[in-house]
Design a protein. Structure first.
Length: 502
């Protein structure tokens, strides 16, 4: 029976047996099952090192699993209603790369929202695919991007019938869920593969009070961060796949190009165990989290200066659904930016929030969240409100809008183009040769091949001033742009550039 099978943790059980078997180790890793003592070993204990093995006999190989890894992956696929599951030890970043590279060849078109994670842009660079960007919905009150509506997806599909795939974010970082079933059906009618960046939705498969997981909604392949919301260790994720549109052989070979041959046994074991826990405890415990989150939202909504996002608000404003394990709070009516609240929460109250934007902060809840955690959050906000809230005092009117950037080259061409290195203020109206982003969330402000506008530069300067981490390829205040003097532009499409022969 399925329930009996889901009790198993085949990889973890075999790994534990091996680590405690008294084996004489002449293989890797070099700590030899914890014999090399150091400060880390003293703190975390011997058992962690006993489980840190590197594919000895009996523990299978992630590159071509035939034993306990194969069994553990099959159990995970079964738990999520997928045909196949592939364990990942380099996060959903690697999953996004593999999805795109195994689906799109050079010059293939892929449809996707512009507010994707940087790993998706890197997948475009590696595959050579042409991105056709869709404009996500926006919320001007909270100042954030939302999901992609069915109408937008349908129009983009209709306008690009030669595209081979569509990629969606489900849910978004802020918990917004698109009408994935309807979009998937329409994409399939047009012979497109449906790919999902499901980095923040692993919990969906284990509680029917949450939106559908992408496999349940009919997608073909998804990359899912089990570590983010389902209890495995950081950097452990899975790819789930199903149906006749997936080239499973190519997906496996792509994973073997990208994946380390020295995969962390600890991460694999954590996936095995997290699946079992979520399968048997997820429904009840996530229901409790949703109930606690609802009460916390009610309390937060009554604090002067705060506005809280919830499912009724989201659906009344046109989005399809909402992940209630996320708490999004608009804080700017306190007279503070989200960035200021982010730092005050840690410094004064020892509360670590997930993310800040100009006007909002984000909290991510999971089975590990407690009532005390939420009480501490509400107490801290009440204190901040007493200190900072004054009627009619505002950070400033939100003038949030979102326009698709001007693209002059596909990301792969721009990445390999001749380059110049210039200070940011000199990059206005130049074509970027790199992705520039704020982390978190890791959504690029500009990607290779796009025009660097004055607005992009203003946004970068604003985020840096507010203490955000700027990610770019250079660390000396310079940025990579295309050397246009070495490129010529064809007549016709603006994105047709070639490297000029010298």
């Amino acid at each position: 029976m399925k329930q009996d099978r889901q009790l198993k943790t085949p990889f973890f059980t075999k790994l534990k047996d091996y680590g405690t078997s008294g084996v004489t180790p002449f293989d890797l890793p070099g700590h030899k099952l914890g014999r090399v003592k150091n400060d880390l070993a003293d703190f975390i204990g011997l058992n962690t090192f006993l489980l840190d093995s590197n594919s000895p006999i009996g523990l299978d190989s992630l590159a071509k699993p035939t034993g306990v890894i194969k069994e553990a992956q099959a159990l995970f696929a079964e738990a999520c209603g997928a045909d196949r599951c592939y364990f990942l030890t380099n996060g959903t970043t690697m999953g996004n790369l593999a999805m795109i590279m195994s689906t799109c060849k050079a010059d293939d078109k892929i449809l996707l929202p512009r507010n994707v994670h940087k790993s998706v842009i890197n997948g475009l660079i590696l595959s050579g695919a042409w991105p056709i960007f869709m404009k996500p919905d926006i919320d001007r009150d909270f100042g954030i991007t939302l999901g992609v509506s069915f109408e937008t997806a349908k129009q983009t599909i209709d306008e690009n019938p030669d595209a081979v795939a569509i990629l969606l974010i489900n849910p978004t970082y802020f918990g917004i869920v698109s009408d994935l079933e309807r979009i998937s059906d329409y994409a399939h009618e047009h012979n497109m593969v449906v790919l999902i960046d499901e980095a923040h939705g692993a919990q969906f498969y284990f509680c029917d009070k949450l939106p559908l997981g992408s496999m349940q909604a009919g997608a073909d392949i998804c990359a899912t961060s089990v570590h983010k919301t389902a209890g495995s260790m950081t950097q452990s994720s899975v790819i789930l796949a199903q149906g006749r549109r997936v080239d499973f052989t190519k997906l496996r070979s792509t994973l073997n190009i990208l994946q380390s041959t020295s995969s962390s046994a600890l991460l694999l074991a954590s996936l095995d165990c997290a699946r079992k826990t979520m399968h048997f405890e997820g429904q009840k415990r996530i229901e409790k989290i949703i109930e606690m989150a609802h009460k916390a939202r009610e309390r937060l909504a009554n604090i002067p200066g705060l506005k809280v996002m919830d499912k009724p608000y989201i659906q009344a404003n046109g989005s399809f659904n909402y992940d209630e394990t996320k708490i999004v709070v608009k804080v700017s009516d306190l007279g503070l930016s989200g960035f200021e609240v982010f730092h005050k929460m840690k410094k004064k109250y020892n509360i670590q929030l997930e993310l800040a934007e100009t006007h909002i902060i984000l909290c991510v809840l999971s089975m590990g969240t407690t009532k005390d955690d939420l009480d501490n959050l509400c107490d801290a906000f009440e204190d901040l409100s007493v200190q900072y809230y004054k009627p009619h005092r505002r950070l400033g009117k939100i003038r949030f809008d979102y326009e698709l950037p001007t693209a002059y080259a596909r990301p792969r061409d721009a990445y390999h183009a001749p380059k110049l290195f210039v200070p940011l203020q000199d990059a206005v109206n130049e074509i970027s040769a790199e992705s520039i982003m704020i982390y978190p969330p890791g959504i690029p402000l500009v990607i290779p091949g796009e025009l660097i506008t004055e607005e992009v530069v203003r946004n970068i300067n604003y985020y840096v001033k507010k203490g955000s981490t700027l990610l770019s390829d250079l660390e000396d205040g310079r940025f990579k742009i295309i050397n246009k003097e070495k490129w010529i532009k064809y007549e016709g499409d603006i994105d047709e550039f070639i490297d000029e022969e010298e």
